[in-house]
Write a protein of this length. Structure first.
Length: 153
């Protein structure tokens, strides 16, 4: 019979080599996956910004329907301020405002608005754009996302 003192105790656990091997494998997997996720995030932000622009365009169309087909005119801040203010109906009652909050793109930057505009073909609708991924307003050009570039597609 072997006494307790002579038994060798073996620890249960991982060796340093095993831990380093697991970390190396995780690092390789992360190096392959992260670039794909970043590209997907950028595409998702661009699509979300296009949707926000479309939503803002729909709001100003609703305004135009209620105002004899006339789109709101003025600076971006003036137009957004007007759309955030509750209008009054024909009976003098206050109704819900067109906007609940200032429209922004996926990068939390404000959307730009211009009407009348020479950016949109025939000037039939307002020009609305986001400053895009670089967050620099390039007046609808560069990497800006707008509502007139894909009009014919």
């Amino acid at each position: 019979m072997v006494s307790r003192k002579t038994q060798t105790h073996r620890r249960a656990g991982f060796t340093l080599t095993e831990m380093l091997l697991v970390l190396a494998i995780i690092g390789v997997i992360a190096a392959m996956v992260v670039p794909n996720l970043i590209g997907s995030q950028q595409k998702a932000n661009i699509q979300a910004s296009k949707n926000n622009i479309k939503g803002f365009e729909d709001i100003v169309k609703q305004y135009a329907v209620a105002n004899a087909g006339t789109f709101p005119e003025g600076s971006r801040d003036e137009v957004i301020g007007m759309l955030l203010s509750p209008p009054v109906d024909d009976d003098g009652k206050t109704v819900a405002p067109y906007l609940e909050q200032s429209p922004k793109d996926a990068w939390e930057q404000p959307l730009y608005y211009e009407y009348p505009s020479n950016k949109v073909a025939n000037g039939v609708k307002p020009a609305i754009w986001s400053s895009g991924p670089n967050r620099q307003n390039e007046d609808g050009g560069g990497d800006d996302i707008n509502n007139w570039a894909d009009a014919g597609k």
